[in-house]
Design a protein around this ligand. Structure first.
Ligand code: ANZ
Length: 802
């Protein structure tokens, strides 16, 4: 028997030596760009989830290479991040050191699984040669007005001493570590992703992505079509503008609600209500936005002030409530309790009027279709028509306009951390904030004495005053460098471009290389990146596209997600549950090929699947059977060159067709099942012909490349199986004249027979009678009438039924 550890090492060294997986620039061959989400190189090394993520793209890459494509299958490291920094804070070891060691370990591990990555193109986001270009892209964003600084209430985590993005906060706690997070105003760098909201939404239609992922981005971008409507204050000077998606219900508006931070609150509040209002404002300021959105019980207070309804001038009371968010729409709403559930609850609680303005079968609050009632000139119209009509009227009176609003917020882009890209920014005492020119990039991350932010939340870089003070020959003006760093998602927003041209020191990626390699043909990674990385990368790409710096409007043409590998108990793997599978142990026990193949065989790639030790044993036995077809007990080759019999030839051709199509559609589990059918057939027919064993080994290659190379050798083939031309099926040989025919007795299905399309009636009936259910239904007697059409129908009628 072959020893997996021996053959793994041997072939990995040979592939390396021959540079089998090197992607060629300037090739005349068609390209295939297969991308995986690059890992954060954590100190704990690779786990089985990484394998689940990297194996699908690997299998397809290997087949594409064999099919003659010039395959770009790169790997790199998303190397800035919190764990290395936290470790540095605890131990004083520079994060660059721990990161370097972790990368070396990851690389060794990835290689040990036989992945066909082109390591010549490795990138690491913490490498100054790489982040020079991350900084460059930032300077472009600033030049185009898409990067700006703003005092914003941010999610501040006192324990981590850093600001977190909304996506990094789960239920009011930090995603990493679960520490409490509070709201606090701070000056931050922001990126105007909102300028791209419409295009990010529309271009989703161009992409071959899972529908749920597109839907996730659509909801996150959250486009709402409606109207801004003005309600004048009683002084007739100021006005409150509300945003509503239901202008048709304007006559049902019985009160107006402002966000507690709304600038007109103090204006409207009457002296008697002042203390109540101010206290309410204080409590809501301390709350997180997520909590305000999720609050189940409605709270709010009356300002004592009133506004005028824009169409009938009725007086309407103005309230404040923290369920109205200041940074959505206009920070003010008209409440229509008859047709909005939240407003209904609010009106019931505070005993405010509830008016029905849309007819319909259901009770209030009614959000369905209907005709407008109690609404003057709108009466009788359906909802859609009434929306148009009311907007036209408001526009005429200059009291409202059609309005489109997005949920998407600008991207909070600065962190008060050490281990990230420094900004290419200098603040001049008089002339303001400026970007450094490309010639002064990269701004290399300076050394610091302590990696911890100060108690005030000042970034660690601020402690290296020598570095902070900026001196230039060009100007004597006092100037300071920016001391915040960029978030983790900066470097990962463009790394796929760098792989196309990793050593270019003039440009982040030449147009020539992009024209050939982009867009990515298959991107595989976890669904958890839907509204983070996958949206940010699309935004940067569109921005660069507008500058004429990239060749495609979208970076990732096709996207697939891998499911999770669960513990054997069907639960998520976790240390506390004790159901974690140790990758090193199973690698030693079963080998890389068995692991790769088993991961593919577990089930559909996008589903979560439990680990099973029995299952992987089954894969090992499957390998042994293939080995035995090729070699004898002494591991000597014992194949022949006999012609294939018709049946074997048919199954072989069927297998080539199915495996090729299944790998293409990432249906790897069914491809492996078909290979098992072929192996069964060869075993049953005792077929050891090279004519079948060679294509079998080739189809095994994407899954189990080391074993496949070994078989290739045993079959006396030359070169690498990894590079050999993919087998072609003869489709005419794959068709079978066998059909499965249902057998009916008195019109009721009782069994099935497998017959040729031209089978005679006598033979078909003979076969049918061997089925005991058929025999029983006929009462053990011959049928007295038979309806038979070859390949179509067999119905036998018993005596009683005539
Ligand atoms: C009146 C109305 C009547 C509304 C009705 C809805 C139903 P989406 O679809 O999520 O965009 N709204 C507007 N700005 C808000 C803010 N800053 N904070 C909280 N709620 C806000 O929701 C739009 C609707 O949410 C708007 O339409 C408004 O309530 C409310 F039968 O106006 B509607």
């Amino acid at each position: 028997m072959f020893s997996s550890s021996e053959i793994e090492k041997k072939w990995q060294a040979e592939w390396d030596k021959a540079q089998c997986f090197k992607a060629e620039n300037n090739s005349a061959r068609p390209k295939f760009y297969s991308l995986d989400m690059f890992p954060y190189p954590s100190g704990t090394g690779l786990h089985i989830g990484h394998l689940a993520s990297y194996t699908p793209g690997e299998v397809l890459s290997r087949m594409k290479r064999a099919q003659g494509f010039n395959v770009l299958h790169p790997m790199g490291f998303d190397a800035f991040g919190l764990p290395a920094e936290q470790y540095a804070i605890q131990t004083g070891v520079h994060p660059a050191k721990t990161t370097e060691a972790a990368i070396a370990n990851f690389k060794r591990q990835l290689k040990s699984f036989g992945y066909s990555f082109d390591w010549n193109r490795e990138v690491s986001t913490c490498d100054p040669k790489y982040y020079k270009w991350t900084q460059f892209i930032f300077t472009k964003l600033f030049e185009k007005g898409l990067a700006y600084q703003k005092e914003v209430p941010v999610n501040w985590c006192p324990a981590l001493k850093t600001v977190l993005a909304n996506e990094e906060v789960v239920d009011g706690k930090s995603e990493r570590g679960g520490h409490p997070v509070i709201r606090q105003p701070m000056k931050q760098w922001m990126l105007k992703i909102t300028d791209y909201a419409d295009r990010l939404l529309q271009d989703l239609d161009l992409l071959d992505w899972p529908e749920r992922t597109k839907e996730g981005q659509r909801n996150w971008i959250g486009k709402s079509v409606g109207a801004n409507v003005d309600f004048m204050l009683e002084n007739l000077k100021d006005k409150i503008t509300v945003f509503t998606t239901r202008p048709d219900t304007l006559f049902g508006a019985s009160f107006v609600v402002l966000a507690p931070e709304h600038p007109l609150v103090s204006n409207l509040t009457i002296p008697e209500q002042k203390t109540i209002v101010e206290n309410y404002q204080k409590t809501s300021a301390s709350k997180l936005e997520v909590d305000r959105k999720a609050a189940t019980t409605k709270s709010g207070v009356f300002t004592g002030g009133f506004v005028l309804h824009p169409l009938n001038n009725k007086k309407i009371p103005v309230w404040i409530a923290d369920c109205v968010l200041m940074d959505y729409g206009t920070g003010a709403i008209m409440a229509v309790p008859g047709h909005d559930e939240r407003d209904f609850e609010f009106a019931e609680k505070f005993q405010l009027p509830i008016v029905r303005v849309v007819s319909g079968e259901g009770a209030l609050p009614w959000s369905g279709e209907g005709n407008i009632i109690n609404s003057e000139f709108l009466n009788g119209l359906i909802v859609e028509k009434a929306k148009e009509r009311v907007i036209a009227e408001l526009e005429k009176k200059k009291l409202g306009t059609k309005q489109i609003v997005f949920k998407l917020r600008d991207w909070l882009f600065s962190r008060q951390r050490y281990w990230g890209e420094p900004f290419p920014v200098v603040h001049f005492e008089k002339s303001g904030t400026k970007m450094l020119p490309l010639a002064e990039l990269p701004v290399v991350l300076p050394e610091v004495v302590s990696y911890e932010p100060s108690e005030k939340g000042e970034a660690p870089l601020a402690r290296n005053q020598d570095w902070v003070r900026y001196a230039s020959a060009a100007s004597a003006e006092k100037a300071w460098r920016e001391t915040d760093t960029m978030p983790g998602s900066a470097g990962s927003s463009w790394y796929f471009l760098r792989y196309c041209d990793p050593n270019n020191d003039q440009e982040f990626c030449s147009m020539e290389q992009q024209k050939y390699w982009m867009p990515v043909d298959l991107y595989v990674g976890g669904p958890e990146h839907t509204v983070g990385h996958l949206l940010y990368a699309r935004f940067w790409h569109k921005f660069l596209f507008d500058l004429g710096l990239v060749t495609t409007p979208e970076p990732f043409q096709k996207l697939a997600h891998q499911g999770m590998i669960l513990g054997a108990d069907g639960e998520k793997m976790s240390k506390s549950r004790g159901n974690v599978v140790n990758l090193d142990d199973i690698h030693t026990e079963y080998g890389a090929d068995a692991l790769r193949t088993f991961i593919c065989f577990l089930g559909p790639m996008d589903k979560d699947k439990p680990w099973s030790a029995n299952g992987i044993e089954g894969i090992k036995r499957f390998f042994e059977r293939i080995w035995r077809l090729t070699c004898d007990e002494e591991d000597k080759a014992h194949w022949n060159t006999d012609a294939l019999n018709e049946k074997v030839d048919r199954v072989l051709n069927q297998t080539i067709l199915k495996v090729t199509a299944d790998i293409e559609s990432l249906s790897h589990n069914t491809a492996i099942s078909q290979l098992m059918i072929l192996v069964n057939e060869l075993t049953r027919e005792n077929c050891r012909s090279k004519l079948a064993l060679v294509p079998l080994a080739q189809m095994l290659m994407p899954f189990a490349p080391h074993l496949a190379e070994e078989l290739w050798k045993k079959l006396n083939e030359t070169g690498f199986i990894s590079l050999a031309t993919w087998p072609k099926a003869d489709a005419s040989k794959a068709v079978t004249d066998q059909v499965t025919l249902g057998v009916q007795v008195n019109g009721k299905l009782r069994g099935e027979i497998s017959v040729s399309l031209t089978e005679t009636e006598v033979n078909a009936v003979g076969l049918a009678m061997k089925i005991s259910a058929v025999n029983q239904a006929l009462g053990g007697k011959p049928a007295i009438k038979i309806i038979y059409k070859a390949g179509k129908i067999l119905n036998m009628i018993s005596a009683k039924n005539l």
